[in-house]
Design a protein around this ligand. Structure first.
Ligand code: PMP
Length: 284
């Protein structure tokens, strides 16, 4: 596999980063994941805008402009012959030369890394037909979940807990209300209405979420942005999650309670189709 590191395209075995990189010692970096279908990138501008926002919130500049980012993404798709898959991008504050809580000087070169992951069958995910089973866990992450940092330990722990309990995913709760999933935004459907938590510092501002809500509104579907509890979700008609890599995936069980008879519901299925169709139209 060919990867990108600080301006160079290299075999993955030759791409090396300093042990003093703040991404490594402090988790001081941000990332984005975009998906590729038919060799084209979905929702690219949305991801680039969020990258700039995450960097700015951490006091960093975006080292490249959108056209430069696009050129790198396209080159990696070509070099690695990606038809369906993911592109991972990470920017860290770079090599500080030594370990210190204070940031290094602003002119310290950032570390920029991109790599691809080939995922044939990404759009044809069997989970779209079987649905996900989720458990709830307390949201013990920090208070700036709107910044897409590489600090993913708690979501990883939650994912392991879900696995250990024989289910697929965990939804986080705070004050009895669902924030989001370990790596996705959470939704319920009641009486045809799509309900999802409003944007704040409490959740990641999902790019799939933003686009899906736009496509759903254009299709005259009803949307309500507000928090919901696990009890409300268990009594809903349907539930689902969204992310760049999963698109829209139905949830069929929450803390042991089944929804829609344990089968994916019609609204989630329609939204999955709508999202893939509309985002493919805009793919670059
Ligand atoms: N919430 C969290 C915590 C996530 O990690 C992700 C995926 N990165 C999402 C939501 C979904 O965001 P997006 O649709 O931009 O992939």
């Amino acid at each position: 596999r060919t990867v990108y590191l600080n301006g160079e395209y290299l075999p993955e075995t030759e791409a090396r980063v300093s042990i003093f990189d703040r991404g490594f010692v402090m988790g001081d970096g941000v990332y984005e994941v975009t998906s590729v279908l038919d060799g084209r990138i979905l929702e690219f501008t949305g991801h680039m805008n969020r990258l700039t926002r995450s960097l700015n919130e951490m006091g960093m500049e975006n080292p490249l402009d959108e056209s430069e980012w696009l050129a790198i993404h396209r080159r990696l798709i070509e070099l690695n012959d990606i038809d369906e898959g993911l592109i991972y991008l990470q920017v860290t504050r770079g090599n500080a030369g030594d370990r210190d809580f204070a940031y290094p000087p602003a002119d310290t070169p950032q570390t920029v890394v991109l790599f691809t992951q080939s995922k044939p069958g990404l759009a044809d995910n069997p989970a779209a037909k079987s649905g996900l089973r989720v458990i709830s866990l307390p949201d013990l992450r920090w208070g700036r979940r709107d910044i897409k940092t590489v600090q993913l330990l708690y979501p990883s722990m939650a994912k392991m807990e879900a696995k250990a309990r024989g289910v697929d995913e965990a939804w986080f709760t705070e004050d009895d209300l669902v924030t989001e999933g370990t790596s996705n935004n959470a939704y319920i459907v009641k009486g045809g209405k799509i309900i999802t938590r409003q944007l704040s510092n409490d959740i990641l501002h999902g790019i799939t979420r933003a686009s899906l809500l736009r496509y759903a509104a254009e299709a005259q579907m009803q949307i309500e942005e507000r928090p919901f509890s696990i009890a409300e979700a268990q009594a809903a008609d349907e539930a689902f999650v969204t992310s760049a890599s999963a698109f829209v995936l139905p949830v069929v069980e929450i803390d042991g309670a089944t929804l829609n008879g344990g089968r994916p519901g019609p609204v989630a299925a329609r939204l999955r189709e709508l999202y893939i169709e509309e985002s493919l139209k805009r793919a670059v």
